[in-house]
Design a protein around this ligand. Structure first.
Ligand SMILES: [Fe+2]
Length: 360
């Protein structure tokens, strides 16, 4: 394969347009993010990591996913993208400064690539220590994540678990694409993404997408920064989900689960389980507009020396453990419509079953 135009370092944030920002602000705080900046018509949320923000929404006429922002290693990468794609390098007028180019991917997703966006001071936490059957490093220290049972409070006669997850950063997006080969080639050639897993269709050896990661040479990076999938039937470009890494492992993920569950305002989409591709523990929730966001922890890290693996699409659906993958997973829809959709549509796990029971 020819050299890509550039090799981006990492993902920074996702950008949405929303009709009403207020319900989203409430959701983001329950989901475990911190309001970093706010204007009349935009909200910028951060995690505990160094990205100045990892979620941006602007007020608009519709609820829609606009796109994803990535971090370049050098200004010369922006110059190379500008020259190759016929776009301009512009000064970033939003918080954090720096410069960016804006591209459009084959599925009409806006791709912003930044250089010089000012990092934020990370927010430190006290990491927990786990005692296991193999190793017991924690002695004479009690395992507490907050104030103990004080974290359970009564709200209108209902118990609510008050600790949220502590989101650290955005780790990846998943997108549904019109043509897997075109999307995979575009991200490989434009942003330097490598294929971690090449997803093989259940009904043949052709690819239906990939899990792709950044190429940072010897430096290990997340197993996937992007998952592009071409759904069976008539694939339509669409947002799948945004995956946010929590700060402190399994208990941080579990705290968020019980907070979201007991707040009882949002649709639980899928989880808790442990993925095969990337190996993360996962938990998926829908926001007030029906977009899906993931809490994840303990993902695989790979450097550029690891070759692509051909992987059956079964492994995308069948986690190492966890509940069945619902029919609605990967589709954006208002939460009120999800139950009816699920009742009328076989789950993704059922689709795998049907395919495996077909006579060979
Ligand atoms: Fe994910």
């Amino acid at each position: 394969m020819s050299e890509p135009i550039c090799k981006v370092a990492d993902i920074i944030f996702v950008r949405f347009e929303l009709v009403d920002l207020e319900p989203q602000k409430e959701y983001m705080e329950h989901f475990g993010m911190i309001l970093a900046h706010e204007t009349e018509d935009a909200i910028f949320y951060r995690g505990t990591g160094t990205a100045p923000y990892c979620y941006v929404a602007t007020k608009g006429q519709s609820n829609r996913f606009i796109g994803t922002a990535y971090r370049a290693n050098a200004l010369s990468d922006l110059e190379a993208l500008a020259a190759a794609k016929g776009v301009s390098i512009v000064a970033n007028t939003e918080p954090g400064g720096g410069h960016k180019v804006t591209l459009i991917d084959p599925d009409n997703i806006e791709i912003e690539v930044y250089y010089g966006l000012q990092p934020s001071e990370p927010i430190s936490i006290n990491p927990i220590m786990l005692n296991t059957g193999v190793d017991k490093p924690r002695e004479n220290t009690l395992q507490r994540f907050g104030r103990g049972s004080d974290e359970w409070q009564l709200h209108d006669n209902r118990w609510v678990y008050e600790l949220t997850s502590k989101v650290k950063r955005l780790g990846h997006t998943a997108i549904n694409v019109a043509d897997a080969a075109i999307s995979v080639d575009w991200y490989a050639n434009t942003l330097g993404f490598l294929i971690s897993d090449n997803l093989l269709a259940p009904d043949g050896p052709h690819s239906i997408g990939a899990f792709m990661r950044c190429d940072q040479g010897d430096v290990p990076v997340d197993h996937h920064t992007l998952n592009n999938v071409q759904f069976l039937g008539e694939p339509k470009p669409a947002f799948g989900h945004a995956g946010f890494e929590v700060t402190d492992s399994v208990d941080d993920l579990m705290a968020g689960h019980y907070h979201m569950k007991t707040v009882d305002k949002y649709y639980h989409e899928w989880g808790i389980g442990r993925h095969l591709l990337g190996s993360q523990m996962y938990d998926y929730w829908r926001d007030p507009s029906g977009f899906t966001h993931e809490h994840w922890t303990d993902g695989d890290l790979l450097n550029a020396s690891i070759p692509a693996t051909d992987t059956p699409a079964r492994d995308l659906i069948m986690a190492q453990y966890g509940p069945e993958a619902p029919a609605s997973f990967g589709a954006t829809m208002p939460s009120e419509e999800v139950d009816d959709f699920r009742a009328a549509t076989p789950s993704l796990t059922d689709i795998v079953k049907m395919m495996e029971q077909q006579p060979k």
